[in-house]
Design a protein around this ligand. Structure first.
Ligand code: PLP
Length: 393
């Protein structure tokens, strides 16, 4: 590694996260690990950790992503969540990639193909997200019948996606209702995999009896989004108020407690590439916007907003000291300290000393955005019990 700016991924933590999820929620048959965009930017090697932990299906966005993963992992079934163009269907068949069918016209074009090997299909239903999926039970019934007639077109799954948490809204219940309405005329129990939920639904709601699969995304990477309420007096009042709102909205009860243990597996580091002494009234950075108040040092770090780090991160950690970021540039950020540190010193952007949640607070974003904004030029160092590997994209 030449530029010492890297994200470290702890594969052991990912594996333990899955083990803990499965221990707490053991009633699913299919734990579908969502590994879009290089496993939420954790790096493709993570699929091995997730599988070791017990994920037994993967889901990605595109065929390109699926093929990349197939190169790493030959056996695990992989579902492509976006419909893929008909001309690439043979690639999906050759590499055992499961496809999503989300409307009747697409299915009809698909059925025009002559195929001699099995193509696994999951039907997507639009229950309220209005992004992808069948919208009427008539179209769905036709699709179901058409698929039954054709060998090699294997209807393996059916799914939908929740738009809301369902904690203080009735939209979750409406989506469940819509799923059951749409599937009224087909025999759900004949379809091997039925999946609706994502991380938030897992931690916040009881298992849906007709689902045997769950799609796990952010929770696998260490974020438990549960809006849990503790047993304190304050907690009890909050729980009461929540129930009142839920009653008013006629939405189903949600799970109040949460003792699922998952930990973020990602840590982000850079290093000091330059330093200078500054005195009061010196100006720093573009626009000469920052004026030094006290004598000290400006440290230039090899990370900038092109890597996904900007002034909103507020601080970085150098040898346990939280140093303020006072200017950001495309490739470098400038931090201040009264203390002197060596050139080349390791700097933590988030990880052990600075919890990733602190970054989410000051950048005012969620973990999905944060992970995905760390650019591809930042090397991923994937660690496990026995090995360490650098991955570049
Ligand atoms: C269809 C689908 N399922 C599951 C997920 C995973 O969601 P989460 O990370 O909230 O678990 C996503 C995430 O983008 C998705 O698009």
């Amino acid at each position: 590694m030449i530029r010492k700016t890297y994200v470290e991924i702890d594969g052991q933590i990912l594996e333990e996260n899955i083990l803990n999820i499965k221990k707490k929620y053991p009633d699913y048959k299919y734990y579908i690990g969502v590994v879009k965009n290089n496993a939420y930017h954790h790096g493709i090697k993570c699929v091995h950790d997730l599988i070791r932990g017990g994920v037994n299906y993967l889901a990605v966005s595109s065929l390109e992503e699926a093929l990349k993963i197939r190169h790493y992992e030959q056996k695990i079934p992989i579902l492509c969540l976006e419909p893929i163009e008909i001309e690439y269907i043979y690639d999906a068949i050759n590499e055992n990639i499961t496809i999503t069918v989300d409307n009747l016209d697409y299915l009809k074009s698909l059925l025009n193909l002559k195929i001699n090997y099995d193509l696994k299909i999951h039907l997507a239903l639009d229950t309220g997200m209005h992004r992808l999926g069948f919208t009427t039970k008539e179209d769905l019934s036709i699709a179901y019948s058409l698929l039954k007639e054709r060998p090699h077109f294997c209807l393996e799954g059916i799914y939908s996606h929740f738009a809301t948490s369902g904690v203080m809204d009735s939209y979750y219940d409406l989506q469940v209702k819509k799923f059951l309405e749409l599937t009224k005329d087909i025999n759900l129990s004949e379809i091997p995999i039925v999946h609706m939920g994502r991380s938030l639904s897992l931690v916040q709601h009881e298992k849906l009896s007709f689902c045997n699969g769950i799609r796990l995304g952010i929770v696998m990477y260490g974020f438990n989004q549960s809006m849990a309420i503790d047993n304190s007096l304050k907690g009890k009042i909050r729980a009461f108020k929540r129930r009142q709102i839920q009653k008013k909205l006629s939405c189903s009860k949600t799970i109040l407690t949460n003792d699922l243990h998952v930990k973020p597996a990602m840590r982000f580091y850079t290093s000091i590439i330059s330093k200078r002494r500054v005195i009061p009234n010196d100006y720093v950075g573009y626009g000469a916007k920052y004026k030094i108040k006290e004598e000290g040092y400006i440290y230039t770090l090899a990370v900038g907003y092109a890597d996904g780090v900007n002034k909103d991160f507020k601080t970085v950690v150098i040898e346990k000291e939280f140093c303020p970021i006072i200017a950001d540039c495309m490739d470098m950020i400038l931090v201040y300290s009264k203390k002197e540190y060596e050139l080349g010193c390791k700097v933590e952007i988030f990880g052990e000393e600075k919890n990733i949640k602190e970054v989410l607070k000051t950048t005012n974003q969620n973990a999905y955005h944060l992970f995905n904004q760390i650019s591809n030029r930042v090397i991923r160092v994937h660690k496990n019990k026995n090995d360490e590997e650098q991955i570049t994209y």
